[in-house]
Design a binder for this molecule. Structure first.
Ligand code: NI
Length: 246
């Protein structure tokens, strides 16, 4: 059940009779390597949330696709908001949803750099209930990622996210991405988790085709279908435990 495809009467009825929970997908608008769509993070979070919303009869807010991705701005197509601007937008959205009676706000995230700003915003609203998860955090999803791609999942333009957009939106030939990217060291992964990457010129110089340790060409739409399904079912389960306080 998408908020943008509901009427205000339906939303009022939902709040009165069904639930005060809403899922808010968060993504990004940034390069995702030679065969990943610019909107990958937003499209993945949105597809998973939309399917979960249908299965579990939960409202899903419009996806937040403009977010901070400063390290990717030297690749064309990337649009990065400042952290301050993103947090301000989050604050205003949370204020309005809570004022209307939404008590349980579930952020389903698809972009590492959103996590710290989201955590800070959540702290500013102590009376509301929040849950924040990235879709790859669900155990069921993680085991599929491991099973399909192992270490080649990498950090950016991951085969799992490309597989989801292949299943839901568009397939792009691998081209030069058929060759695996440079493998990341364990130390690199530790130091850069949550998308803590350096300045955009250095980032592009270090990862010239945009992949950060991820072998995107291993993606298959059949994998994407399975990951999408597993993530959506896990999200429904987690939402139910969230608003029933189980
Ligand atoms: Ni991504």
């Amino acid at each position: 059940m998408r908020l943008d495809q509901s009427t205000w009467l339906e939303v009022e009825q939902y709040l009165t009779n069904e639930s005060t929970c809403i899922i808010i997908p968060t993504g990004s608008t940034e390069q995702h390597g030679p065969m990943g769509l610019i909107g990958t993070d937003a499209l993945c979070a949105e597809s998973i949330a939309t399917l979960a919303g249908e299965i579990g009869s939960i409202l899903v807010a419009p996806t937040l696709a403009y977010t901070p991705a400063p390290f990717n701005t030297h690749f064309p197509g990337t649009i990065s908001l400042s952290v301050e601007c993103f947090e301000k937008m989050l604050d205003e959205i949370i204020q309005q949803l809570t004022a209307q009676g939404f008590e349980y706000l579930y952020f389903l995230n698809g972009h590492g750099a959103n996590l710290d700003p989201l955590k800070r915003c959540i702290k500013r609203f102590p009376s509301a209930q929040f849950r924040l998860k990235s879709w790859w955090d669900f155990e069921e999803v993680n085991s599929l990622r491991q099973q399909f791609y192992g270490e080649w999942e990498g950090m950016h333009a991951t085969p799992s996210e490309v597989a989801i957009t292949q299943a839901t939106h568009r397939i792009i030939e691998a081209g030069s991405a058929i060759k695996p990217p440079e493998k990341l060291t364990a130390q690199y992964i530790r130091n850069h988790s949550g998308d803590k990457h350096g300045p955009p010129d250095k980032h592009r110089a270090q990862f010239p085709d945009g992949r950060v340790g991820s072998h995107s060409a291993l993606a298959k739409p059949e994998h994407g279908q399975l990951i999408l399904r597993a993530a959506s079912l896990a999200l429904v389960k987690d939402c139910e435990s969230f608003f029933r306080n189980v």
